[in-house]
Ligand binder design. Structure first.
Ligand SMILES: O=C(O)CCC(=O)C(=O)O
Ligand SMILES: [Fe+2]
Length: 365
């Protein structure tokens, strides 16, 4: 759909800035493009049609009752907005389970009774004043690469797009790299960059979303240290005086389409109609170094090591790791643990991916 036809009042750009429409490709065309230019996603995001046509999820996950049956007992939080990325932004949040969240999505007017006593940020009154729906984006349905749920989204990565996820130790434990988003009209994910420098996509199973993306090269225009990210629908001139210089890439994502972007691309996403989306994070040779250098997986791996302290001390037997478990930060523990695991794996054979990660980690700091 042409972005200019799309609900201009709600979704349109602020006056005085033109958007660049994100180019759309048929799946075969996108594969050919990637073969010609494996780095195309560093240059601009793409919308791809036809990629998810044969996913079981494209039919089965349209059905909220099915999602509730399959994942209803899992713990989640839901926020309005999904999370905040600017110090001036207010937020309300409930702690619940996915099943109760699905009940809310079906009947938002029941918010008061469904989440009575469940508010962990703000309260019902503040929530009603904010005027944004609750949005849960942190259900964890994948913990390793052989999880049966991958059968629902097969193939999970477009042909011609290199994917090294499975060569990275603990990939699905150190970050929620498989996301399932269910949301209602108006749900907001404010402007942010994803953790771990991943390549990421949104596969639209049901409903429509409006997405604005910005290149990492323009970051100084839309991000301010100590303040956070701008609101691209209402930029604050005093914090972001150069916002007009950042090129806005825009798409209306329709059912059956995939929106895919490169590492560090900032994105702002609003749900336009009852929506189900699968999102997936990819590491390949264009972002392996960025992934390895990023902080986020270190925290998660460090956290995991701390929770399994006795086991790790016994199994890894690395004096430096043991010293860090005594008095190091989670991040330092995670990095050291990754070094140990990579070294152990490389003892039983060469592996250029693990070797590149190890070289980066051994030569930093
Ligand atoms: O679909 C959305 O609301 C945003 C999702 C997102 O930020 C992501 O998958 O990285
Ligand atoms: Fe994101």
């Amino acid at each position: 759909m042409n972005v200019l036809e799309a609900e201009p009042k709600e979704a349109g750009p602020p006056a005085a800035v033109a958007s660049q429409e994100i180019p759309t490709f048929e799946y075969a065309e996108f594969s050919a493009l990637l073969n010609r230019d494996p780095e195309v996603l560093l240059k601009h995001p793409c919308v791809v049609s036809g990629f998810t046509d044969h996913w079981k999820a494209s039919e089965l996950w349209k059905d909220l009752a099915r999602l509730k049956d399959d994942f209803g007992s899992l713990p989640v939080t839901a926020g309005a907005p999904q999370f905040t990325t600017n110090t001036a932004m207010q937020m309300c949040q409930v702690r619940t389970d996915f099943g109760t969240y699905i009940d809310y999505v079906r009947q938002p007017e029941r918010v008061g009774d469904l989440f009575d006593g469940k508010w962990c940020k703000g309260d019902l009154e503040t929530f009603q004043r904010l005027g944004l729906p609750l949005y849960s984006g942190n259900i964890r349905i994948v913990r390793h690469s052989r999880e049966p749920v991958f059968e629902m989204v097969d193939p999970v990565v477009p042909a011609s797009l290199q994917c090294l996820n499975d060569a990275i130790p603990y990939y699905y434990q150190t970050g929620n790299h498989f996301w399932l988003y269910v949301s209602i009209k108006g749900a907001l994910t404010p402007l942010h960059q994803d953790n771990n420098s991943v390549i990421a996509y949104l596969a639209q199973i049901r409903g429509r979303k409006h997405a604005l993306l910005f290149s990492p090269d323009d970051k100084r225009c839309y991000y301010k240290q100590g303040v956070g990210y701008m609101d691209p629908l209402d930029p604050d001139e005093s914090d972001f005086p150069d916002w007009r210089q950042a090129r806005r890439w825009e798409a209306i994502l329709e059912e059956g389409e995939l929106l895919i972007w490169g590492p560090e691309w900032a994105h702002h996403v609003r749900t336009l109609s009852d929506s189900v989306t699968v999102s997936f994070d990819i590491v390949n040779s264009t972002n392996l170094a960025g992934f390895t250098r990023s902080q986020d997986w270190r925290e998660e791996l460090g956290n995991f090591a701390r929770k399994n302290d006795a086991l790790i001390r016994e199994r890894v037997r690395d004096p430096e790791l043991i010293a860090l478990l005594d008095e190091g930060t989670n991040s330092a523990i995670g990095a050291r643990m990754m070094i140990c695991v990579l070294r152990a794996a490389l003892e039983s054979g060469t592996d250029p991916i693990k070797q590149e990660m190890l070289d980066i980690l051994e030569h930093e700091g």
